[in-house]
Design a protein around this ligand. Structure first.
Ligand code: NAP
Ligand code: ZN
Length: 366
């Protein structure tokens, strides 16, 4: 048995964990950049909490609240320039995966005179500024992964960078901050986590330890499924969803994702589908495509959720997501031709061709 298990983030989880552990921030300096989206920081209550903590601790801050969904290289460049101009000591990312990923990129760019695309070299002359994350969605797990995912027009997709220096130092995970999410966003982000766990568990890069975490993640999804289907999401369920999201992040930190994310990125790039929904649309066909080589693992996945068949799984996912996007065959052929050249196929247990991807797109979306 041989594996690596990497984790570098101090996790503080629970209601009021930020105010209860505010002294943790002291060692990171006196000047902070708060990186967030246009609304999530305020809607979740996390922005008010961090501001009051910073004022109590005498930390100066500026708020960069321009991060769009699926952040662009241009945005993180702008944020990096502003953070450098403020002589920032550390960066606090507040929001869903988009602002957290942007915060990681801004922390690199604030102290390295490079263009955003050079982030992908994954070698930074100067150590990135420390990043603190405060998630307001429960899905991406970005708070515990080293990845920062940016939209890449040149690739007509999205691509992650990240290394041992891009993990957040601390994450404050307060389920109360996820309460302001709509039901649709709650469901879509939960399905993103499910995708992380399933892809991680079935990846060529899985390890014995990542498998344990992945199955636990899937089990918790199964425990929350009824509430998600009924759109009746209590705070206790939100606790579980946020915990589950963190576990999913730990899985992909070890394994990365496979072809679901690779194909989902393209749906987001061309059609603006939410990241979690884009993956969810493809999951059933992903399991069906891989079932001949992953029989036992797929049985374990279904059992962990509390299901017997992939069809039953597909029906549940279909009840959860709001469909309605129409695709043409021509469009899907273009998507498959892009997806096959991304890195996802290399990590899929079963070898994948462009035709396989096209079939999966068609069965999932037509
Ligand atoms: P998101 O793109 O961060 O946010 C989606 C929408 O939800 C935004 O409009 C956001 O508002 C809003 N929102 C966030 N929290 C809210 C809250 N508590 N209440 C009300 N609205 C809220 O969504 P996400 O699914 O969390 O993140 C997706 C991104 O993460 C993608 O770019 C994906 O590629 C990336 N990702 C990263 C990793 C990783 O390891 N780094 C893993 C998976 C996915 P604002 O407009 O204010 O932001
Ligand atoms: Zn994801």
């Amino acid at each position: 048995m041989q594996f690596k298990f990497q984790s570098a983030t101090k996790i503080l989880f629970g209601r009021n964990c930020l105010k209860g552990n505010k002294d943790e921030l002291k060692k990171y300096g006196k000047r902070a950049a708060i990186v967030t989206g246009r609304s999530s920081g305020r809607a979740s209550g996390a922005l008010d909490d961090i501001i009051s903590v910073m004022e109590e601790l005498g930390i100066s801050y500026f708020i960069y609240d321009k991060v769009e969904n699926n952040p662009s290289p241009e945005t993180v460049k702008d944020g990096g320039i502003k953070a450098a101009g403020f002589k920032t000591d550390f960066v606090v990312g507040i929001g869903g995966g988009s602002p957290l990923d942007a915060a990681k990129a801004i922390a690199v760019l604030a102290v390295n005179d490079i263009e955003p695309l050079e982030l992908y070299k994954n070698v930074f002359e100067n150590t990135p500024l420390p990043v603190i994350t405060i998630p307001t969605t429960a899905g991406t797990g970005s708070e515990v992964t080293p990845y920062s995912i940016l939209t890449r027009k040149d690739l007509q997709s999205k691509l992650s960078f990240g290394n041992e220096a891009t993990y957040s130092k601390i994450t404050f995970m307060d389920p109360r901050y996820t309460e302001s999410m709509s039901c649709e966003l709650t469901v879509n982000t939960a399905l993103d986590t499910l995708s992380h766990a399933i892809e991680g568990y079935t990846s060529r890069r899985c390890t014995p330890l990542s498998d344990v975490i992945a199955l636990e993640t899937i089990k918790i999804f199964g425990q929350c499924l009824d509430s998600l289907l009924k759109k009746d999401i209590s705070m206790e369920v939100r606790d579980k969803l946020l915990y589950m999201s963190m576990l999913g992040g730990m899985v992909i930190t070890q394994t990365g994702t496979t072809i679901v994310h690779c194909m989902g990125y393209i749906l987001t790039y061309f059609r603006g589908l939410h990241h979690g929904k884009a993956n969810a649309l493809l999951l059933e066909e992903y399991l069906k495509f891989n079932r001949d080589v992953l029989k036992e693992k797929i049985e374990n996945i279904l059992a962990a959720i509390g299901m017997m068949t992939i069809d039953e799984f597909g029906e549940a996912v279909n009840k959860l997501i709001i469909r309605g996007d129409r695709f043409s065959e021509e469009e899907l052929s273009k998507f498959a031709s892009i997806a096959i050249n991304r890195k996802g196929p290399a990590f899929n247990m079963k070898s994948v061709t462009e035709e396989d991807m096209l079939e999966m797109f068609k069965k999932s979306l037509l």
